[in-house]
Design a protein around this ligand. Structure first.
Ligand SMILES: [Zn+2]
Length: 444
């Protein structure tokens, strides 16, 4: 199918009421960093947070309002590491053994990504982003692979972001798996997207790379040569011991050291996982301060170990394609660490806020004048909420459940169990058909 034919226009709800100007009333509001306000109203107009006021003040009856009855409102959440291409994979059986990390990749994920075509890339992204919206995520950094459909793949995913109204950073994860001609095509896919989106208000590009152990010296040199200095890398780094071992066998102190030696590392780099590292790697992290993203549910699923929180206290939390649910992942993270976490709120709010603002300067803050990206939880705290105990309200109160409302750029994308803009039943039918075709081709 040609990408121009891929559209969810036929799924758009006719006459759906999406107000441009409205008031969320009677909420408990927190930015997760500096304040908690009880009993307040948030007025939203033309995509921005216009005013946050006390609920007892009379409101203009002509403006539509939604009584939240004390629900907790948070900033729209960030998922800094997702793989939307895996969103149709549920139920797929690996085509061979999965007793090592390498075999999990070969016999499931790499086989899947080679089966993807334009249609399945599109409906994977649609399914993955619909799930993200339900859980209050309004910005998603996607790490994409589809080895038999490289050129133009990011534009297909872009289409879904735009139709659903989300923000994000897109990239193609370069690896050597398909030979050097393909490496060039994968580099070009990243560069083309980056260059054509430098001033875009909602979508921008990163330089995606799969991992050290799937990138030869020649490939890293090629990538380093092609990389504009203002295009940060987004790469799996030290996820499994085999990645660390590969770097050591090739004469480096570890995966961070290898990236640094090739001139690819800087403070904007996104390093994913960072589990199997050497002392030299930790020292480089300390010095360069790249952005580290931990993915606890994925790490548990792949049995690759856990990131050392004493060595890396500053990190964000991603889902690595497992789910679209960031608060649920934080709950898993908390439980996997036996309730021993120091900087949960920071990872969920302060760091994402700074990162979103770096790419979209008027977004990422729950404050007047900023773009209205909000996660309205379906949780009414009945006990006192403070910045000191907010994290426990998230973990034990919300419990990773779907939101009451998700708002992005002042648009209500999700309300009371329904995606507002599209006919969800029809969308699910289309997704199911695409998944059926994909699964059949996967086993062929
Ligand atoms: Zn990943």
């Amino acid at each position: 199918m040609h990408p121009s034919l891929l559209t969810i226009n036929y799924l758009i709800k006719k006459g759906a009421f999406l107000p441009q100007h409205f008031i969320l009333c009677n909420a408990v509001v927190s930015d997760g960093q500096n304040f908690i306000l009880e009993n307040v109203n948030i007025e939203i107009e033309n995509g921005l947070i216009r005013k946050i006021t006390n609920h007892n003040k009379p409101i203009n009856g002509a403006i539509p309002s939604y009584n939240l009855r004390g629900r907790l409102v948070l900033p729209g959440l960030l998922n800094p590491h997702h793989h939307l291409y895996s969103a149709l994979a549920t139920g797929l059986a690996p085509i061979g053994p999965t007793d090592t990390f390498q075999k999990i990749l070969e016999n499931l994920w790499w086989h899947l990504d080679q089966t993807l075509d334009e249609e399945s890339i599109y409906y994977s992204a649609l399914n993955g982003l619909m799930q993200s919206i339900k859980y209050g995520v309004t910005t998603v950094f996607d790490h994409h692979a589809s080895m038999k459909s490289v050129s133009g793949s990011l534009s297909i995913i872009e289409k879904v972001y735009r139709e659903l109204g989300l923000k994000g950073l897109l990239c193609y994860e370069i690896s050597d798996r398909m030979g050097m001609d393909s490496v060039q095509e994968q580099i070009d896919e990243n560069l083309n997207f980056f260059q054509s989106h430098q001033t875009d208000a909602s979508l921008k590009g990163l330089l995606g790379m799969h991992a050290n152990f799937t990138l030869s010296k020649d490939s890293l040199e090629k990538i380093a040569q092609a990389k504009p200095s203002n295009l940060p890398i987004h790469i799996h780094c030290g996820e499994a011991y085999s990645d660390f071992e590969y770097c050591v066998e090739n004469g480096f102190a570890g995966p961070v050291h290898r990236l640094n030696e090739f001139g690819l590392l800087d403070a904007q780099s996104l390093l994913i996982h960072c589990i199997h590292l050497s002392e030299t790697d930790y020292q480089i992290l300390e010095k360069v301060q790249p952005i580290v993203v931990s993915n606890p549910e994925s790490n548990a699923n792949n049995n690759v170990g856990m990131m050392n929180l004493e060595k890396i206290p500053n990190y964000l939390l991603g889902t690595d394609g497992m789910t679209g649910n960031i608060l649920g992942s934080m709950r898993s993270h908390f439980l996997l660490r036996n309730g021993n976490l120091q900087s949960g709120l920071d990872s969920l709010f302060a760091k994402p806020s700074r990162l979103i603002q770096r790419y979209f300067p008027n977004a990422g803050r729950l404050a007047e004048g900023f773009r209205a990206d909000l996660a309205v939880t379906d949780y009414v705290p009945v006990t006192h909420v403070s910045l000191e105990n907010l994290f426990y309200h998230l973990v034990f109160g919300i419990q990773g459940k779907p939101m009451f409302m998700t708002i992005a750029d002042g648009k209500i994308l999700y309300e009371n169990g329904k995606i507002t803009q599209i006919d969800e039943a029809a969308a699910n039918d289309a997704i199911r058909n695409a998944a059926h075709t994909l699964h059949r081709r996967y086993y062929e």
